[in-house]
Design a protein around this ligand. Structure first.
Ligand code: RB5
Length: 146
């Protein structure tokens, strides 16, 4: 699958680890920055990632955004119409973000998430099917916003 990643400085190390892990699992990764631990604002990076996902740019289907907590990038990504970005901090959140929220992006906190946990969350999220059904209407309501 083609996946876009982006981070600020607080999520940079985790983004790099995620990128390597995704590539090792055969995914194609588009890195939208940042490219170092120098301090940057997280919103433009998260928005660029969400816009790439929503537009399906170059076949991108999902996005992963990282900052210190995952919170700032998730708020920013969700400002993009059509983005459904969930902060994931445990396996069950990864599963439910896919099954119930049809999340097309997830947000991870680089200061609180070990790379091996992040890669497990990502795997769960990517492999869990969208349940649809009663969640279809709810997600349609989200997509109609903005
Ligand atoms: C940057 O210091 C930090 O505020 C940012 O990475 C993020 O955690 C914001 O939500």
């Amino acid at each position: 699958m083609k996946i876009a990643v982006a981070s600020d400085h607080g999520g940079f190390q985790l983004k790099e680890a995620v990128k390597a892990g995704l590539a090792a699992r055969g995914h194609e990764v588009l890195d939208l920055g940042t490219d170092s631990e120098a301090s940057v604002d997280y919103a433009p990076f998260a928005v660029a990632c969400a816009e790439a996902v929503v537009a399906g740019r170059d076949g991108i289907l999902r996005g992963i955004v990282c900052c210190g907590t995952g919170i700032g990038v998730s708020i920013a990504a969700n400002k993009v119409k059509g983005a459904r970005c969930a902060v994931v901090t445990r396996d069950e959140y990864a599963r439910l973000a896919a099954a119930h929220n049809h999340a097309n992006l997830i947000a991870l906190g680089g200061r609180f998430t070990a790379p091996e946990d992040a890669l497990r969350y990502i795997e769960i999220w990517l492999e869990t099917p969208w349940e649809g059904g009663r969640h279809d209407r709810r997600v349609a309501e989200l997509d109609a916003m903005l």
